[in-house]
Design a protein around this ligand. Structure first.
Ligand code: NAP
Length: 166
């Protein structure tokens, strides 16, 4: 069975998106995202897919959730019309990452055991937010804190959470 995890970059005020884009430019997080997800499957909502400047992300199995399926075969990605169908399409994958946006995080946060959250330690104006994380339900299992630098203008932390089992 595949290991299914959420991966997201989330601001202190839970902002994740604005005008169908990221509210920030943080290349260290893009690299972290690429390192974790390359070689695996990624599941995303249609709006997130439309926000990708170069289309499907390379070297990953791209699954796009949509209620309006295209006819025929798509170049570089697959479509699914439910989260269950998306997971089914990934049944032979070792790792599956749910990569957003808000509608997809909301549907999956109670279904995954692992989350990779990049906390960006600043509040941003946004129109899209990550669902509230009940930190009593999650163990922080690793954390890397980073100061800002020339390329990455905000302090940020790479945090991995595992769901506490009852
Ligand atoms: N900070 C981060 O880590 C991060 C990550 C990803 C995205 N984002 C940001 O989040 C924003 C986009 O998020 P969003 O919530 O507006 O949109 P979204 O979740 O990316 O996409 C929503 C669309 O996905 C489809 N969909 C979702 N669940 C479905 C299901 N169960 N079955 C069938 N189709 C389903 C629907 O498409 P149809 O209308 O075609 O049916 C729906 O309209 C952007 O600003 C993006 O930059 C941020």
């Amino acid at each position: 069975m595949s290991k299914i995890s959420i991966i997201a970059a989330v601001a202190d005020n839970y902002a994740i998106g604005k005008a169908n884009n990221l509210p920030w430019y943080l290349p260290a997080d893009l690299k972290h995202f690429r390192q974790l997800t390359t070689g695996h499957a990624i599941v995303m909502g249609k709006r997130t897919f439309e926000s990708l400047p170069k289309g499907p992300l390379p070297n990953r199995k791209n699954i796009v959730l949509t209620s309006v399926m295209s006819e025929g075969v798509n170049e570089g990605y697959f479509e699914a019309d439910s989260l269950e169908d998306a997971v089914y399409l990934c049944e032979h994958e070792e790792k599956v990452f749910i990569i957003g946006g808000a509608t997809v995080y909301k549907q999956s946060i109670d279904k995954v055991d692992t989350m990779y959250i990049t906390w960006i330690h600043k509040e941003f104006n946004a129109d899209t937010y990550f669902p509230e994380i009940n930190l009593k339900e999650w163990n922080e299992v690793s954390r890397e804190d980073h100061d800002p630098d020339d390329q990455n203008l905000y302090p940020y932390s790479f945090v991995k959470y595992e769901k506490i089992k009852n």
